[in-house]
Design a protein. Structure first.
Length: 469
């Protein structure tokens, strides 16, 4: 394909994308949640021979595009999925066009150096300039895994050759609201989920620090080896922020690695109204943040921030020989990845194009929109809104005092299913204190009060249908 053909195909592709955007408000945000229908849409023959680009585009528009979840739409409020931004999407095209691979410094010097630059920028953006070292990863799950791995690398440098066979069993501490990626990391690192201590939370879903101390002391008395404490700077369920200062003090008291999961909430530290909520995070050993969440970068873009990076591995085969060690940043000496995509470019584009002030305004707007949603829902009869929503996540549920707890629970469970089936909005469910709640996340600067009002109308309609049945 020559450049002239590429330009022609880009123009054709843009027409398809433009039609999709123009028709988006008329179409459901989720076309189908039926696995059979989605699979049937893809039933085409194996491409033994080539198709024209025109034909490929036609089939994309008919078989794939309709089933894309429109998580860039203001009607999307599920999980913690950032809206992305279009300048970041353009950066993704440039990245793919030049097909950079940061497997070694000399394979793409600019990829390696730009990664370190944007990590410094992310540290400054979160008002943590001393955390100016780290690595970019695919997402929060990989970043939490790396943070836990760095804890092991720092505390036990000999594990590279001898493993942990002669060590007492390690224990890791977090709240029961901590992201499930920590459970998975315990498995992948060979630490075992039985050694993850999930501490209860208070009424605001923040870790009980007294119970944490008791758990550490109990493990020490039983011969375990406490390794690390994980604090939350914005939980997945409610956006709650742990007492990061007290966690730092406990970690220092017991000489534990202190890791903070700020994948979602950390950008809110820029807001003067919320900065004090993050006090103590500056004492962490490792911190994670996902620019593809509340910095609005397109997927995938996560980051581990550290003051100093423990070397993860000291082995390098002959074909990966490094000249000028110390001057050339070699990502492969710190992570499991060798081949590595050029994630830094879309972060660089986003931060340059919008600037820190505008990105901060976007974060503040998301919080204002979630507060408006809470205000509207609180006016509705029989809808119970979780009062603690410090960031841009809101949980609420149907709670009719005239029916049983079991009936209310059934209505909330079926409401989540019905909303997904209808496809007019997209939100998810969760459990708080054993009860099912509907859960909304806002992370889209294009959302308006009218979009919030539409979401409320849809929720009320769904509850109304379920009650009528």
């Amino acid at each position: 394909m020559n450049l002239k053909e590429t330009k022609t195909y880009l123009d054709q592709t843009w027409k398809v994308l433009n039609r999709a955007v123009e028709n988006s408000k008329e179409n459901p945000i989720l076309k189908s949640n039926d696995p059979i229908l989605v699979k049937q849409a893809l039933q085409t023959t194996f491409p033994a021979k080539n198709d024209s680009f025109d034909q490929v585009l036609v089939e994309f528009e008919s078989q794939i595009l309709p089933y894309l979840n429109r998580n860039t739409d203001a009607r999307f409020g599920a999980y913690i999925t950032g809206s992305g931004n279009k300048v970041s999407a353009l950066a993704e095209f440039i990245k793919a066009f030049f097909n950079q691979n940061g497997l070694k410094w000399n394979n793409s010097p600019i990829a390696s150096e730009l990664e370190q630059l944007v990590i410094q920028w992310i540290a400054e953006f979160t008002c943590l300039p001393e955390f100016n070292k780290g690595t970019l990863t695919s997402g929060g799950s990989m970043s939490n895994l790396m943070g836990m791995h760095f804890a092991l690398a720092s505390r036990f440098p000999d594990r590279e050759m001898s493993g942990f066979y002669n060590e007492k069993p390690f224990t890791v501490y977090c709240s029961n609201q901590t992201h499930s990626s920590v459970d998975r990391a315990m498995v992948f690192l060979g630490l075992g989920r039985d050694h993850l201590r999930k501490i209860d939370v208070d009424s605001q879903f923040e870790i009980d620090t007294n119970q944490l101390r008791e758990a550490i002391q109990d493990d020490l008395s039983k011969g375990f080896q406490p390794l690390m404490i994980i604090g939350n700077a914005g939980t997945t369920n409610t956006g709650s922020i742990d007492d990061l200062q007290t966690l730092a003090e406990i970690a220092r008291e017991y000489n534990l690695w202190y890791h903070v999961d700020g994948a979602y909430g950390l950008p809110a530290r820029r807001l003067s109204s919320l900065k004090d909520e993050f006090n103590g995070i500056e004492h962490a050993d490792s911190i994670i943040i996902n620019p593809h969440k509340w910095m609005y970068v397109t997927f995938e873009a996560s980051c581990v921030l550290l003051k100093e990076i423990p070397q993860a591995i000291h082995f390098s085969p002959d074909y990966l020989f490094t000249e000028d060690p110390g001057l050339r940043w070699e990502s492969s000496e710190h992570t499991i990845e060798l081949s590595k995509e050029f994630r830094a470019l879309k972060i660089w584009f986003t931060m340059k194009y919008y600037g820190a002030e505008q990105l901060t305004n976007f974060v503040n707007q998301d919080i204002e929109m979630i507060n408006y949603l809470a205000e509207l829902l609180e006016k509705e009869q029989n809808i119970e809104v979780e009062p603690h929503h410090p960031l841009s996540i809101l949980c609420f549920r149907w709670a009719d005092p005239n029916i049983s707890d079991e009936e209310n629970e059934s209505i909330n469970i079926n409401a989540v299913r019905s909303i997904e089936t209808r496809g007019n909005i997209f939100i998810t469910g969760t459990k708080l204190n054993g009860k099912t709640y509907l859960r909304v996340y806002y992370g889209n600067p294009e959302r308006t009060r009218k979009d919030v009002e539409q979401m409320v109308r849809e929720v009320i309609a769904v509850f109304g249908e379920l009650i009528a049945d």
